[in-house]
Design a binder for this molecule. Structure first.
Ligand code: FAD
Length: 388
């Protein structure tokens, strides 16, 4: 039997993982990305147990543990420093059978590239797709074209291929979530956060968060509700954060003093979807191109990992043709991923003061809820993934 040839556009978390899964299963894979040099957008990412399970399943468990931080508990603090709650994650880890791993995006990307182990064709921006009964042809801005059995468009929140799949004429503009996120890495230190703890300071509809990652570092972020289009200038990052977080607890002030602004990403947060199609013929959307979520549940990357596993599984194990395999992928993924897009948007609104009364209620809830309420909610999301 001839090898299935899969073309993937986008070498982010989703595209690379799909490439790894499909190559492991014996498919011929070509991955293309529009950039000249692969650089992760953002500093860190928390891979919850459902995402970590996919990487473990694909043989990267040890490498992931080496780059990941040990996150045994999470703690919410009021902006003044008063602890609102402290939640051990150990019962959750025990019940779902996998640790979550916060990691540096650069380390994750290097790990995935190594596991993929083949060339990524850079400086290839996909600009069009055509299908016939023998396959799918993908066209690139530089004049190159390639034909395969399947196209997986893992081309991110501003996907080029999405409009083809949805059958619409214009690109779909992502929706601004109403807040800006600054994120970066700093050296871990007990005066910032206790060992093995993820700490989140909340107040004024803002957040400041620090998570342990491998290599004795912390992945941090700040969230502030702001109008779209405010200036993004690294020279101003410290001053603007000092102003937004004026009067917040000492570790938050020290964090602002310590980070290197030239290594910090400042991102206006958007989401996209939910969409009512992920596939058309031989073409499948995967990851953010299918369902870009607000990062407030830490699930966007995890969903991309899950998609990769599921699409590869259906392509390899469905013997009734590629199109049917992709329809099975869509049926398996759409309800879960679309629900998370909506839930994450709601959570973003709750956290960032869309209705100030609801945010106030959330602050009160943080102080009163049982740790098991929090871990049960996390467990539900984790066990909704393909690897239970
Ligand atoms: P991307 O990573 O966006 O990759 C898309 C790739 O496609 C890029 O390399 C791009 O260059 C390429 N591309 C685009 N257009 C074309 C084209 N026309 N032709 C060829 N190539 C193209 N998720 C979590 O699970 N946990 C978290 O803690 C978390 N935190 C987050 C924090 C922030 C601030 C943000 C913004 C997101 C966060 N996410 C998190 C979400 C996560 O980052 C995304 O869901 C994930 O990166 C999506 O991966 P992807 O491969 O689908 O897309």
């Amino acid at each position: 039997m001839e090898k299935l040839k899969v073309i993937i556009t986008g070498a982010g978390i989703g595209g690379l993982t799909a490439g790894i899964a499909l190559r492991r299963a014996g498919c011929e894979v070509e991955i293309y990305d529009r950039v000249k040099e692969l650089r992760p957008v953002g500093a860190g990412i928390s891979l919850w147990s459902n995402g970590a399970k996919v990487l473990t399943y694909l043989g990267m468990g040890e490498q992931l543990a080496a780059i990941g931080g040990t996150m045994n508990q999470m703690a919410y603090h009021h902006k003044t420093g008063q602890q609102l709650n402290k939640i051990s994650l150990l019962p959750l880890i025990d019940s779902v059978g996998q640790r979550p791993y916060p990691v540096a995006r650069r380390d994750l990307q290097n790990m995935l590239l190594k596991a993929y182990g083949d060339e990524i064709k850079l400086d290839h921006k996909c600009v069009g797709v055509e299908e016939d009964e023998t396959g799918v042809t993908v066209f690139f801005e530089n004049g190159h074209q390639t034909k395969g059995d399947v196209l997986i468009a893992a081309d991110g929140i501003r996907s080029t291929v999405r409009k083809y799949v949805l059958g619409v004429d214009a690109d779909i503009e992502p929706k601004y979530a109403g807040y800006v996120n600054w994120n970066g890495l700093v050296k871990a230190s007990p005066d910032l956060v206790a060992e093995n703890t993820w700490v989140i300071y909340v107040g004024d509809h803002q957040r400041a968060s620090m998570m342990p990652i491998g290599g004795d570092r912390l992945y941090f972020f700040f969230d502030v509700p702001l109008a779209k289009g405010t200036p993004c200038n690294p020279e101003l990052f410290k001053a603007e954060l000092k102003e937004h977080f004026q009067g917040w607890a000492e570790p938050v002030q020290m964090l602002i003093d310590r980070f290197n602004p030239s290594d910090v990403a400042r991102i206006e947060i958007h989401d996209a979807g939910p969409f009512n199609r992920y596939v058309r013929g031989r073409v499948a959307l995967l990851g953010d191109s299918a369902h870009a979520t607000c990062p407030d549940m830490g699930q966007g990357g995890c969903l991309a990992l899950e998609d990769a596993l599921v699409v590869a599984d259906h392509l390899v194990n469905t013997h009734a043709g590629v199109e049917r395999a992709l329809r099975r992928y869509e049926a398996e993924r759409m309800i879960r991923a679309n629900a998370i897009v909506q839930k994450a948007r709601k959570r973003a609104e709750q956290i960032h003061g869309k209705d100030p009364a609801i945010t106030q209620q959330w602050y009160q809830q943080l102080a009163t809820e049982k740790p098991s309420d929090v871990t049960d909610a996390l467990k539900k999301v984790i066990l909704g993934g393909p690897l239970r």
